[in-house]
Design a protein around this ligand. Structure first.
Ligand SMILES: [Zn+2]
Ligand SMILES: [Zn+2]
Length: 240
């Protein structure tokens, strides 16, 4: 069983801009530095989520410096996957971002569609190459065909997230789905992202449950895209 080291980058975090998270990016970056993280994905929820930020939040992310408190800030979004694999951010703004993640969330206009339609939307988005990471695909509220999505992720080079919060604080019932998906990711050599999904600084860099699931599944270290800052930047096509 390969040993996976703790990722240097937390790809999935939320600031006050998300409407239901409680730290500023300055506070998160300070906490990240204290925890020894080298990078941080600032991935606030997309505008379709009730209470989420306006699109202008994402348009103006250029005001955030690339490094804060010595931590590389990846200016991103956790967009919402909508009808036909669309997301809730216009293309010109999306293109300015360092990191585009997307997942299914309640109350955004794409609820209770069933596994077939969910899978179709997720694969369409991956095939459009407009997303780097699919967040928490193990959520039982939004069932998907794991064989189909892992194969599509491998073909398109999209990372599937193993979300640490899904094991203990959010999206009850996700754990067996995440474990099954991790095994398929190992089989099909799918890029994998690990995220804390922190909504407060205390949760930053919490990866223990996700790392355990990935180790148990036999994921190779090179499959974890955010294992180092360098591997993260390379995956995103960004300069150091
Ligand atoms: Zn949230
Ligand atoms: Zn989410």
């Amino acid at each position: 069983m390969p040993l996976l080291s703790c990722p240097e980058v937390d790809l999935h975090t939320h600031t006050v801009a998300s409407g239901h998270a409680y730290c500023t990016i300055t506070e998160l970056s300070r906490a990240a530095a204290e925890k020894g993280l080298k990078g941080l994905g600032m991935t606030d929820h997309g505008p379709a989520l009730p209470g989420g930020p306006h699109a202008y939040h994402f348009a103006a992310l250029r005001f955030i410096p690339p490094t804060l408190n010595g931590v590389r800030i990846l200016r991103g979004i956790e967009a919402n996957i909508l009808e036909g694999g669309q997301i809730d951010l216009e293309e010109p703004i999306r293109q300015r971002l360092d990191l585009v993640m997307a997942g299914f969330h309640d109350g955004c206009g794409f609820d209770h569609r069933g596994a077939k339609e969910n899978t179709r939307a997720m694969i369409s988005l991956m095939e459009s190459r407009r997303v780097h990471v699919i967040t928490h695909p193990g959520n039982p509220i939004f069932p998907v065909d794991f064989v189909a999505i892992t194969k599509a992720a491998a073909e398109t080079g999209t990372a599937l997230e193993i979300n640490n919060a899904s094991f203990h604080i959010s999206r009850r019932g996700s754990a067996p789905h995440c474990e099954a998906m991790a095994k398929l990711c190992a089989r099909y050599d799918v890029p994998v992202a690990i995220g804390s999904d922190a909504h407060f600084s205390e949760g930053l860099g919490a990866f223990d449950h996700a790392l355990q699931a990935l180790c148990d599944a036999g994921i190779a270290p090179k499959q974890v895209v955010n294992r180092t800052l360098a591997s993260t930047l390379s995956f995103l096509g960004l300069e150091a």
